[in-house]
Design a protein. Structure first.
Length: 131
């Protein structure tokens, strides 16, 4: 889809725009990704990014919760998920203690089996989530 266009790093533009907005306006909000934004604001964000993936979300004057919800909704609608079911199952079985003990090597090995663009996108998301 047009909204999933990538920038030079391979990260979908909608994701980059949403995360930039969230990092600027939403990091102090506890539970940001658990709280849903208002439907009309979420739809506005999605529609603007579909219309123009490089749109400056600050112009919408919507809260970070609306942008976070839009990001989650658009990620669910990707033509191809970032994680295959096999990779998801593999990652889901890892515990945080295992990962810390092994310096996150099992995750790096698992993600290295994805395409370069997916790997870059996953890395971008993890950096945002401070993982």
């Amino acid at each position: 889809s047009r909204c999933a266009q990538s920038n030079e790093s391979g990260v979908p533009l909608f994701m980059e725009k949403c995360i930039q907005f969230i990092e600027e306006y939403g990091l102090a909000i506890e539970g940001l990704y658990r709280v849903s934004g208002y439907k009309n604001q979420v739809e506005l964000v999605i529609n603007k990014l579909i219309e123009d993936p490089s749109y400056d979300l600050r112009l919408l004057q919507v809260p970070a919760s609306a942008v976070a919800t839009a990001l989650k909704d658009m990620m669910r609608k990707l033509d191809e998920p970032l994680l295959s079911l096999e990779l998801f199952d593999e990652c889901q079985n890892l515990t945080i203690d295992q990962l810390k003990e092994q310096n996150f090597l099992p995750l790096r090995k698992a993600f290295s089996r994805t395409s370069e663009l997916k790997y870059r996108t996953i890395k971008f998301i993890f950096k945002h989530l401070h993982l």
